[in-house]
Design a protein around this ligand. Sequence first.
Ligand SMILES: Cc1cc2nc3c(=O)[nH]c(=O)nc-3n(C[C@H](O)[C@H](O)[C@H](O)COP(=O)(O)O)c2cc1C
Length: 177
Amino acid sequence: MKSELPKEKRLQPGPAGNVVMATVVGDDGKPNIITLGMYMPISINPPLVCIGVAPRRYSHSLLEENGEFVINTPSIDLEEQMHYCSIKSGRDVDKWAETGLTPIPSLKVKPPRIDECFSHLECRVVQAHTCGDHTLFVGEVLATTVDEGVMKGESLDVLVARPIVQKNHVYFTVSEK
Ligand SMILES: Cc1cc2nc3c(=O)[nH]c(=O)nc-3n(C[C@H](O)[C@H](O)[C@H](O)COP(=O)(O)O)c2cc1C
């Protein structure tokens, strides 16, 4: 038997996804961090990724001002900091000061990278679409940097990197099958 879920629950049994921490910066030059579950690569050549950000987020206004973002991927060791960046707004707090995360300059864009994350995709917004209650920002990846220790040849060794996967605010990481 299969049961049909009500409208407000229709996304809930979808696949669990990777959690990322995007960095953004606005006209005042103060960078912010936002935790995102809505992240997806969408083109290989050119390299494009997309993120979904609700218009009411402080980060949404910074994206509109500057048009750049960095996708930083945290390991499960950063669960606490990642969670903080998902419950507090940069309108009210300095998430860098509160989490102790370290901003390091990016190679190609204004928002900084988060040093403690293991990979960083530096993106420039090339398209923005309103999709229901979120804006889909498509970003061209201008540079990618990664901690050497998490690479196996040219691929990410996910068992070493231990990215955060989440479903309904329950956090876990990957293991061998
Ligand atoms: C696991 C998780 C995933 C989230 N994913 C998104 C997302 O994809 N898009 C979004 O707009 N907000 C998402 N949020 C909520 C934002 O991270 C949260 O509202 C944050 O405080 C916004 O920060 P800001 O106001 O500084 O931009 C998510 C929250 C959690 C806990």
